[in-house]
Design a protein around this ligand. Structure first.
Ligand code: FAD
Length: 491
């Protein structure tokens, strides 16, 4: 079997690549490891908020945040080079793991046309503020979440003649004598091992959140105590990234980082968030506090909170609070678990119920309460209501906890997606360690390394859609097909 382009992965990134290439006239195949009913990886489960003001404009802070957070350790001499034309950058700058302006501007500049592509295929948008935000720009999302994008793009792709191969795994790249990519070795339950020849391969198979060996290799201690936040993430086992690195792709993105979320481990729901960790007190299995729960607004600290919980013994913590939490307007929309909180009328009873040493928990809650001071408690801002005299302070929203009216949620760290991947050009071509594109090899979505230090919220779906489309268009142009733009491809 031979096609022009094979795509590994049926999430937003893979589908965007498939549709844009097929619109340009390319013969495309999509491989999906999951059964048809579960296709779509993480994209199937996401609300898919995008950091966009309107369909025509990304949010004002998008470019700055990527540049600020995406610098890693690049030296000033190298950084100077990026003011020259990309063509003239030294090879080590092109291959360096940082968010260069080519990539960031490609993301921002191509977002509007990518949204038009979605709209042409029936995706509608909504502009509700996501529940996590206390302030900040409005974000745009598809009505019906990521699943709506997956369904719309699969339908479009099928209409355009794209072949879908479910329960089929891409395992390694096929090369010609010169070492250029010429297809894939695959495996499926039905066929066993087989080869698929293609002039181009788009690796859109997600991160390595579903692969414990890679998680342990890159993230380290206690990586076994986190789990993918959605069933879709379990299919992302990292071989797409491994096959590109094995071919000499330049690594990019922070390999030891993943986007973490605090969830209730008891809940069978995906993303069973407890997005109120900054309004209570967190204790570990020793009954002790271990971090400043109120150091900043929730959306700026929840990664850190999640990672810190993972590093605790057994990777578990309990959030302790009293019933006044439920007086905060709309607070229940921030608690997405379907499990009831644990309740107790004394600290000793709570200690027993959550399985931590009684004396330690009593000491923790008493010393915390004793360190709280009078002041205006205000959840709409950093209220500076800080504990006084504690070695480990709580810097905001520190009001006493009523010891006769206690609530608790268990919390573990869930893994939304991993951040290690490969470096690409603005057209999603995978760059080798000498800064040159690897002929025939493209990456999009979680396989692209774009996040360092802290995830730029509401940009992963956008990254997948934009660079997937860029890959599809570039493949068309290398095949001499006319890559569609949003106007000419209008239905
Ligand atoms: C609950 C949740 C909420 C989120 N909220 C947001 C949000 O609001 N905004 C945002 O921007 N991001 C959000 N994210 C992150 C975002 O959804 C994902 O990072 C993004 O959708 C990933 O798209 P992708 O196409 O790269 O990967 P995926 O959608 O994960 O697709 C990868 C596909 O590859 C398949 N696959 C894997 N390995 C192979 C292989 N070897 N061979 C064949 N197929 C393979 C998988 O089965 C899967 O279908 C959220 C994620 C989750 C889970």
């Amino acid at each position: 079997m031979a096609v022009d382009m094979v795509v590994i992965g049926c999430g937003v990134a893979g589908l965007s690549a498939a549709v844009s290439a097929a619109e340009g006239g390319a013969k495309v195949a999509v491989l999906e490891r999951a059964p048809m009913a579960e296709r779509g990886g993480n994209s199937r489960y996401t609300e898919a908020w995008m950091r966009m003001k309107t369909e025509d404009e990304v949010a004002d802070d998008l470019v700055d945040l990527f540049i600020e957070r995406g610098h890693g350790a690049i030296g000033p001499e190298m950084l100077k080079e990026v003011s020259n034309d990309y063509e003239n950058w030294p090879q080590n700058v092109k291959a360096f793991p940082f968010n260069d302006p080519e990539i960031v501007m490609a993301l921002a500049d191509n977002a509007p046309e990518t949204m038009q592509m979605l709209r042409r295929h029936g995706v509608q948008f909504t502009f509700h503020s996501p529940m996590l935000l206390q302030k900040g720009p409005e974000r745009m999302g598809p009505s019906g979440g990521g699943l709506a994008i997956v369904e719309a793009l699969v339908a479009a792709a099928e209409k355009l003649g794209v072949e879908f191969h479910y329960e089929t795994t891409g395992r390694s790249l096929l090369l010609n004598d010169a070492g250029d990519v010429r297809g894939l070795r695959c495996w499926s339950k039905a066929k066993g091992n087989f080869a698929l020849e293609a002039k181009a391969v788009v690796v859109a198979s997600g991160g390595y959140q579903g692969n414990l060996e890679m998680m342990t290799r890159y993230v380290g201690n206690n990586a076994h105590l986190t789990r993918p936040v959605s069933p879709g993430g379990v299919y992302n086992k990292g071989e797409g990234i491994e096959m590109m690195l094995a071919l000499g792709a330049a690594p990019a993105g922070q390999f030891d980082m993943f986007h973490g979320e605090p969830v209730d481990p008891r809940s069978p729901r995906h993303e069973a968030l407890i997005a109120v960790v900054n309004y209570g007190v967190l204790v570990n299995v020793h009954g002790k506090r271990f971090m400043d729960e109120g150091s900043n607004r929730y959306e700026l600290i929840y990664d850190e909170v999640s990672w810190t919980i993972m590093r605790q013994k057994l990777g578990i913590a309990h959030l302790i609070f009293d019933s006044r939490l439920f007086d905060i307007p709309n607070i229940r929309t921030r608690i997405k678990t379907d499990q009831e909180p644990i309740r107790a009328t004394s600290v000793a009873e709570m200690a027993k119920k959550i399985g931590v040493p009684e004396r330690a928990l009593i000491e923790t809650i008493r010393s915390y309460n004793a360190a709280t001071v009078d002041g205006d408690y205000d959840t709409t801002r950093l209220d500076d209501l800080s504990t006084e005299g504690l070695a480990l302070p709580k810097s905001n929203w520190a009001r006493p906890i009523d010891e006769t009216d206690l609530y608790a949620y268990p919390i573990m760290c869930a893994n939304t997606f991993t951040c290690g991947g490969v470096k690409i050009t603005k057209d999603a071509e995978v760059v080798n360690r000498d800064g040159a594109p690897i002929p025939g090899l493209y990456a999009a979505g979680e396989t692209v390394g774009l996040y360092y230090n802290l995830y730029v919220g509401a940009t992963s779906v956008l990254r997948g859609l934009v660079f997937g489309r860029q890959a599809g268009r570039h493949v068309c142009s290398t095949l001499g097909l006319s890559a569609p733009d949003s106007q000419s491809a209008a239905a």
